[in-house]
Structures are given as C-alpha cells and as structure tokens.
Design a protein around this ligand. Structure first.
Ligand SMILES: [Zn+2]
Ligand SMILES: [Zn+2]
Length: 247
C-alpha cells in the first residue's frame, strides 16, 4: 500500500524486498551468500579458500613474513624498488590464482567489485591516503584483444570506495611479450621503456597508489613506478591483488 501510494510500481517494491531477503549469490562460486551480508561480495567458503593477508608483512612486496626482518628473503636479495611501500590483498593460493585468471582472461569483470571493496578495506585499515590511484596500463593491442584492463577496473572500484580519483597517468608505448612466460632477466629487458607518462603535470608532487593484479618479480611495477617518480611524483606505493613469491 505504502509503495503504491508513493508511486513506486508494485513489482519494483516486490523485487527490492526480495533482494533484501535473498542476497545475491557469491560472484565467484555463484552459490554461497556474501560473507559480510553485502551485495557483490564473496561467500564465506570462497573467503576461506582465498585467505587475505594479515599480520606482519614485507614492506617491499606486501607478502606475509615472520621473523625479525622488515622484508622477505626474496626482496632482500633484490635491489630496492622505487616505491616506498607495497601492499598485497591475498595470499597466493591456487584459488586466488584461479580467481585472478577468471577476472583477467575469462571476461569475469564483475569480480572487480568484491576485489576492489576488499582492497578498500585494507587501505582503510592501514589509513592509506593518496592524491590519486594509477592502474598499470595495457598496450592498446592487448586492450583491444581482451576488451578491458583488469587493473583499471580494480582501480576504479577501489577509488570509488575510498573517494580517491583514478588517473590513467601511464601509457604503454611498447607492445611487450607477456611477462608470465619469461625468466627474471628476460622480464626486466622485456619491460624496459614500456611506459611513458601521459600527463606529467598531474603526477608532480602527488602521492600515488599504483595498482596491478599480481606482483611476481616486480619488474613491471618497478618500471611503471620509476616513470611516475621521474615525472615528479612525490611518493609511489603499490597495491596488488596477490604477491607471487618464488621460493
Ligand atoms: Zn563463493
Ligand atoms: Zn618481499
């Protein structure tokens, strides 16, 4: 009666009420209900299989560590990266990798929502504040083939929750082989000179959160962060969905 009186069609009223009673299923498995009761969120079972990183982390790459050191053994054996701090959302389990593959290669762009919201929770917990968020760009050829840039979709969701603008400050000026199939040395030379700045005035004096899906050797992120800093960025931090360690 109330709905009809205010001019809301009865079916809209009914479907709204139904949505409250029956929350949308988990966007990953399509079965469970959201673990926190909010729409477009993973279910408890999926969250158990994709454990988020908590506790002490490596300042350089965001991976979980124990012991007295500030960095993981892999980071200690590599030159210091250009960014100040790195954050990773999930441990690198097979299930996390499967989720990232669906998001990145299988067109499951709706996964940007729960991933972005969980990353915003991490940023809030760490009180992270930036002038802008910059996604690692794809070369236009890869973008046309895939139809979307997963890092940009993730960045947009994250920025929306945090109220921080997302800026496409980097351009991929060179088409490179996919890093996943290369050795560490090949990755470094493959990615060298791959990025350029699209607007140096925006980068100047800005603190920037650079986001990507996975960090493995960090070669792509080093190159991208380096370009932002060379163009006047005051500080660059890095956030990835997962950090892949190779021990
Ligand atoms: Zn699920
Ligand atoms: Zn590390």
């Amino acid at each position: 009666m109330t709905a009809a009186r205010h001019g809301v069609p009865w079916f809209r009223f009914f479907s709204g009420a139904l949505e409250t009673l029956l929350p949308l299923p988990c966007p990953l498995c399509g079965k469970g209900v959201p673990f926190d009761g909010t729409p477009n969120m993973f279910c408890g079972e999926c969250m158990k299989r994709m454990p988020m990183i908590r506790g002490k982390v490596c300042r350089t790459c965001g991976a979980e560590i124990d012991g007295i050191f500030e960095s993981c053994s892999e980071c200690m054996n590599h030159p210091k990266p250009p960014w100040t701090r790195a954050y990773a959302l999930f441990r690198y389990t097979d299930e996390v990798l499967d989720c990232i593959h669906l998001f990145k290669y299988q067109g499951r762009t709706e996964l940007a929502r729960p991933l972005g919201r969980l990353a915003a929770g991490l940023a809030d917990a760490e009180s992270l504040r930036y002038d802008c968020i910059v996604p690692v760009p794809l070369h236009w050829r890869r973008f046309l083939k895939r139809g979307y840039n997963q890092s940009a979709l993730f960045a947009r969701q994250l920025g929306g929750h945090l109220g921080i603008p997302v800026r496409g400050l980097l351009r991929r000026v060179r088409h490179t082989k996919q890093q996943a199939f290369l050795t560490k040395n090949e990755r470094n030379s493959n990615i060298a000179g791959a990025f350029s700045i699209s607007d140096s005035t925006v980068a100047e004096m800005c603190s920037i959160l650079l986001v990507d899906d996975v960090m493995t050797t960090g070669a792509t992120l080093r190159e991208a962060a380096g370009v932002l800093l060379e163009n006047g960025a005051e500080r660059v931090d890095v956030l990835v969905i997962a950090r892949r360690q190779r021990n």
